[in-house]
Design a protein around this ligand. Structure first.
Ligand SMILES: Nc1ncnc2c1ncn2[C@@H]1O[C@H](COP(=O)(O)OP(=O)(O)OP(=O)(O)O)[C@@H](O)[C@H]1O
Ligand SMILES: O=P(O)(O)OC[C@@]1(O)O[C@H](CO)[C@@H](O)[C@@H]1O
Length: 309
């Protein structure tokens, strides 16, 4: 089974406006609220890919109830730890020229006992988990090394750990040798404090992350596809040109593609085709963390995978 952890879920609120004029009244053309946060997006896409994932993390207040209800409608299994503070909102404003501007709240503060409750549940769930995906920011006052702790738990239980987070939390977690990480170039620049201009620089940065502990690294490059590498091999995936409408959640959809492909035992080429096709399908749809199965099938054949070394 694929289990996902979202420590900081959100109601993702999307506003479509014709243009963004700071300091002026804006009339919203259409609005949509969905259950979000990176790990929840991964879960939704795994479900569309016809797996039966389990979603875990923290939920609280009215927003937490909303997310539970959305997951119920999608028939997604979940085992969230209930907390007292309100789950956050994240706002994505999309203008007619398809430019996204995101406002991400910090999220709730945990109280005594919340982490312990979560820990008891995750230990129980490990027994039936093959792949554990942990994605996104921490909500407030989670210890910086908590992803490392989850990574170690995965190792002890022979569970493949896929981690999609950034900054210091990622740096520390590399010590637990995650099976796969998926930074984008901005996240790598920030993490390694370097500039990246060329493909060779992307590959060198990926190699550095392997030296720091990751087993496999996928560096997602938006419309330029991705570079995927481990200690032995380097691959490039090129994607076709598309009319993207909302790329928020494409990274999460990519992770869903990886999780499902790894669970099904796909070879690297097929794995990269599936994960990129999921990112593409998400970008073609206005909803965040959403893909269409037929679209994924179509784009899988249009992704070009090359072994570079
Ligand atoms: N404009 C685009 N055209 C084609 N494919 C895209 C586009 N944007 C994203 N993708 C696909 O989705 C994958 C992930 O996208 P991206 O690199 O933007 O992830 P990300 O930065 O982690 O996104 P987010 O954090 O918003 O979920 C890419 O590797 C690619 O396969
Ligand atoms: O604050 P985080 O956890 O880093 O990111 C949160 C978020 O931007 O990520 C998803 C898109 O990837 C959205 O569902 C959500 O709003």
């Amino acid at each position: 089974m694929i289990t996902t952890i979202t420590f900081n879920p959100s109601i993702d609120r999307m506003y479509r406006v014709s243009s963004m004029n700071i300091g002026e009244v804006q009339r919203v053309v259409s609005a949509k609220a969905t259950a979000g946060g990176k790990g929840i997006n991964v879960t939704k896409v795994c479900k569309i890919l016809q797996e039966e994932p389990l979603a875990m993390g923290f939920l609280g207040g009215y927003n937490g109830e909303f997310i539970k209800e959305e997951l119920r409608k999608l028939d997604i299994k979940n085992k969230f730890t209930k907390i007292n503070q309100e789950t956050r909102n994240c706002l994505n404003i999309i203008t007619d020229d398809k430019v996204s501007t995101e406002f991400l709240e910090k999220g709730p503060i945990l109280e005594d006992g919340d982490l312990e409750k979560f820990e008891n549940d995750i230990k129980e769930v490990m027994k039936s988990t093959k792949i554990l995906v942990a994605s996104g920011s921490y909500c407030q006052n989670i210890p910086l090394d908590y992803y490392e702790k989850i990574g170690n738990l995965c190792r002890e239980n022979n569970v493949k750990f896929i981690l999609d987070t950034s900054g210091e939390a990622l740096k520390v977690a590399l010590k637990s040798k995650p099976y796969l990480i998926k930074p984008n170039t901005d996240e790598i620049k920030q993490l390694l404090n370097i500039d990246i201009e060329s493909r060779d620089e992307v590959i060198s940065a990926g190699k550095k992350l392997i030296e720091m502990g990751a087993e496999n690294v996928c560096i997602s490059l938006g419309k330029d596809g991705m570079i995927y590498l481990n200690a032995e091999e380097v691959y490039e995936a090129k994607v076709p040109k598309i009319e993207a409408v909302n790329t928020v959640g494409s990274g999460d959809s990519t992770i869903a593609g990886f999780s499902v492909g790894i669970l099904r035992g796909y070879e690297i080429e097929e794995l990269l085709k599936l994960s990129n096709a999921c990112g593409i399908s998400n970008a073609l749809n206005i909803e965040t963390g959403f893909v269409i199965l037929e679209e994924v099938e179509k784009y899988k054949d249009l992704v070009k995978v090359t072994k570079l070394s």
